[in-house]
Ligand binder design. Sequence first.
Ligand SMILES: NC(=O)C1=CN([C@@H]2O[C@H](COP(=O)(O)OP(=O)(O)OC[C@H]3O[C@@H](n4cnc5c(N)ncnc54)[C@H](OP(=O)(O)O)[C@@H]3O)[C@@H](O)[C@H]2O)C=CC1
Ligand SMILES: O=C(O)[C@@H]1CCC=N1
Length: 261
Amino acid sequence: MRVWMIGCGNMASAMLRRWLDDDVLSAADVDVVNRADRALPGDVRQARTLPDGPAPDVVVLGVKPQQLDEVAAVHRHRVATAPLLVSMLAGADPSRLSAAFPGPVAIQTMPNLPVEIGRGFVAIHAPAAPATARETVDRLMAPLGLVEWFEDPALFAAAGALSGCGPAYLFRFVDALAAGGRAIGLSPEQATAIALATVDGAAAMVAASDRSPRALADAVASPGGMTRAGLNVLDDDNALEALLERTLRAVARRGAEMAAG
Ligand SMILES: NC(=O)C1=CN([C@@H]2O[C@H](COP(=O)(O)OP(=O)(O)OC[C@H]3O[C@@H](n4cnc5c(N)ncnc54)[C@H](OP(=O)(O)O)[C@@H]3O)[C@@H](O)[C@H]2O)C=CC1
Ligand SMILES: O=C(O)[C@@H]1CCC=N1
């Protein structure tokens, strides 16, 4: 499969790294257009313009949403003969993508950073995509982690809000847990290492368990013990749930604003 990538920053290079690691692509199959040279996985070719020659099987769009029109103005003619445009731009739905890049079948995706290690979640929305396009996209996305197609744009937006932004909240949770550890006397190094090991083990356990996260929390909390004293703080006024509900509502609101253009 040959791929052009327009914009290859944090998110697109995480995908690229996994594609190369999994051999779904080889470096020779990929051409990246970036504004300036940067360190890229597999030392793939990069330039300021798309290469000469026939269009590839897939064009991957990895610029910021606000750069869509500017990038389309420069590249739409070369991209027009490609069969597939796979975008990761938050808020850019297939009709907006097709207006910017007429020609290819437009696929809206919302990946997340853990795709880099094959443990991501990729939400996909492209209700009008024909079966052949879906097969190519599935082949490309399979090594990235869990992949789910959403026909309903509202569900796609909600899933993308949770999965696309979620890693940031988990990273911050690790930080906050470590800060709590420092507050009760651990060194910064100890606190970070222990917080990380605790989150890593707990996440792997809940993923492997047939018990719910809530039941597992109760299994940690011996009656009248230390954990319950802490849970009482997190549960006071439903504090943790309320905080994350507010967080995801803010994400969804911003997503809707971005989708409105
Ligand atoms: N980060 C994440 O976890 C997620 C991001 N996304 C989406 O991914 C997209 C990229 O986000 P992210 O990777 O975080 O951002 P980055 O800024 O890291 O990546 C954007 C890349 O596009 C390049 N670029 C900018 N303008 C042009 C241009 N005119 N021509 C070619 N390349 C250009 C940038 O170059 P330069 O560095 O020179 O500006 C940069 O390498 C966004 O649309 C975002 O919505 C989706 C899901 C998750
Ligand atoms: O913050 C953003 O807008 C992008 C989309 C999801 C994660 N990063």
